[in-house]
Write a protein that binds this ligand. Structure first.
Ligand code: SAM
Ligand code: SF4
Length: 433
């Protein structure tokens, strides 16, 4: 057993009291889902669109090449899944809605509007829509179509701003084209327009990153989500990395690169709103589902309902087939102990860089400091906490970086196991995390 696996197991045991987490191929009983919903006052909705016009060599997400006739069948299947939930969640408002992928904008002309109409008919929607897009889809006509769907918060994956790195990532556009797309979207009046940007690319120097960061800040986007390149073992670049084909920057180099970006964006009136995101002050942040409990629709959609987490099959054809046969497309589920739920709660709050003790009390009915007080004291000693007013705890930049590096010890491994297996097998027997 490697040192990393050993440390991961020890930390997990310490926090969750569980020696492993096993997702099993069982569909939760309708009555148990009914019970879960009874105890919920609001929930979030995630809709997965598993189609792209190309497959990028670094991307871990569940997707396949877009084909209009499959997208139409997918639309019908998602509407059936919506019908299943609308009966369960009557009277419970949806307070956060995110459309991710893949590339949701592939379905602008083949079913997305139809799915949204059905969602608005079926649920009590009390929130804006956040949606991902691809830069090549941000034509003037498509931007009008996106606005007419009432999408108020839009994100696009520009990934890089130098042709050399766009080529390494095999993105199908150049710097000139992507800057024009950004300009069109910036002027379209979204409440928040976010761009995803990847750094710590193979061979990237500090000077190159600084130049790209400065140019990005000049485009006046509302938010930049800047991720270091992660090498997931089941992707093409992950496979190449395993064979030693890349000189992957170590954690201290990534830290210095993030510092360069912090310097640029803080100097331009952006503030940090999550581990990787810088948002212009006064702008509502672009983010995935924001409420702790959520339902995930579509192939690979995951749902977290207090005592249970489950995930749909990743395979689009199987997802459609199951729903056509009147069955739920759930592939794996996991019953969560209370201490695991608390650990997940803390994980996401650290990701968001801040949390309130009162929210913990409201969610679990326990005094936060009795459960996690000793860790807060320890983080404080390390300089990981910027402010603690007795209720709200705000992490410092140093804390954000190192605590997230610790979280990555878990999330990258879990994603690789869960998503890697689910991509290979539509209905895995079990996945041990
Ligand atoms: C679903 S994609 C975004 C939307 C759209 N499909 C596109 O490519 O523009 C989500 C984002 O995750 C990030 N991402 C994907 N794979 C990554 C990796 N291996 N390392 C770091 N970030 C990654 C990229 O920034 C990407 O834009
Ligand atoms: S990065 Fe975007 S376009 Fe590329 S494969 Fe992933 S989801 Fe699709």
């Amino acid at each position: 057993m490697s040192l990393t696996t050993f440390s991961r197991n020890r930390i997990r045991k310490l926090l969750t009291k569980e020696s492993s987490m096993v997702l099993e191929s069982k569909i939760p009983a309708y009555e148990s889902l009914e019970r879960e919903f009874q105890g919920i006052s609001e929930f979030g909705l995630y809709l997965h669109i598993p189609f792209c016009r190309q497959i990028c060599p670094y991307c871990p997400y569940n997707k396949e090449i877009f084909q209009p006739e499959i997208a139409e069948k997918y639309t019908r299947a998602v509407k059936k899944e919506i019908d299943f939930y609308s009966a369960l969640c009557t009277g419970k408002p949806v307070t956060s809605f995110y459309i991710g992928g893949g590339t949701p904008t592939t379905m602008l002309d083949s079913g997305l509007g139809n799915i949204l109409e059905h969602i608005y008919k079926s649920f009590d929607m009390q929130c804006d829509i956040h949606m991902e897009s691809h830069p090549n889809d941000l034509t003037p006509d498509n931007l009008n179509a996106i606005r007419s769907l009432n999408v108020e918060h839009l994100s696009t994956g520009i990934e890089a701003l130098q042709d050399k790195y766009l080529r390494i990532l095999k993105r199908p556009y150049d710097k000139k084209g992507v800057k024009a797309a950004i300009e069109r979207a910036v002027n379209k009046g979204f409440r928040c327009f976010n761009v995803d940007f990847i750094f710590a690319l193979p061979g990237q120097t500090y000077a190159e990153l600084e130049q790209a960061g400065r140019e990005l800040a000049e485009t006046a986007v509302d938010q930049v989500a800047a991720y270091p390149l992660f090498y997931f073992p089941y992707t093409q670049m992950g496979d190449s990395a395993r064979k030693g084909n890349y000189n992957i920057p170590g954690i201290l180099r990534r830290r210095r690169m993030l510092r360069i970006l912090e310097g640029i964006f803080y100097g331009r009136d952006y503030e940090r709103t999550s581990v990787w995101a810088f948002t212009k002050k006064g702008v509502p942040k672009y983010c995935s589902v924001t409420v702790p409990l959520y339902v995930g629709l579509g192939a690979s959609g995951g749902s977290y309902l207090r005592n249970i987490f489950y995930i749909n099959t990743f395979n689009v054809a199987e997802y459609i087939k199951r729903l056509e046969g009147g069955k739920m497309p759930i592939a794996l589920s996991l019953d969560l102990s209370e201490s695991t739920q608390m650990t997940w709660w803390l994980y996401w709050r650290v990701y968001e860089t801040r949390f309130r003790r009162s929210d913990f009390w409201q969610r679990f009915g326990y005094d936060f400091d009795r459960v996690y007080g000793k860790y807060v004291k320890l983080f404080s000693l390390f300089g990981y906490i910027k402010r603690d007013d007795g209720d709200e705890v705000i992490l410092s930049d140093r804390g954000i970086f190192w605590l997230h590096a610790l979280e990555d010890l878990f999330s990258l491994d879990y994603i690789s196991k869960l998503w890697g297996t689910s991509k290979q097998e539509p209905w895995p027997e079990k996945v041990v995390l």
